[in-house]
Design a binder for this molecule. Sequence first.
Ligand code: BEZ
Length: 181
Amino acid sequence: MTTTASDEAIWLFGYGSLIYKVDFPYLERRRARLRGWARRFWQGSHDHRGTPEAPGRVVTLVADPDAVCIGMAYRVTPAVFAHLDHREKNGYARIAADFRFDDDSEVRGLVYVAAPGNEAYLGPADEAAIARHIAGARGPSGENRDYLLALAAALRELGSDDAHVFGIERALHRIGDDATV
Ligand code: BEZ
């Protein structure tokens, strides 16, 4: 059988729920780092961790020349994107990006980014405000706080020292502690 370009596997860089919610087949998976982008809880979620009336907050990538984002890269067949484009349809688009594995080899692949101006974009807020927002949000995929906690746990396992995510996680725990006093 001959292969065509459409059969060729593609590397996909995951930095959010793709790290811990792997509901798609992959050929290979490797820790990777993406330079020039920062993970931020700046995207609204109307369809997973919130609703159109009360959006949750989920991560997107924001261009930052000084940042390095640690994530998980998957080598997938093109067919996988039909599933993922539907799962991540709320403001995200696939863009081409170059990322590196731990052995310093570099590949060109794809990454989903929700750019400013998309219909669900929320933008920056301080960590305490983001934590309060997350503490009060839920949607068809469950509590927004469970998304944050699962992402923080997955980043810890990957050895990523993500000050933004861990700062929001600490602020969320403070809300919980204050509520029990
Ligand atoms: C990711 O984990 O890479 C991802 C996050 C949000 C939307 C799409 C993908």
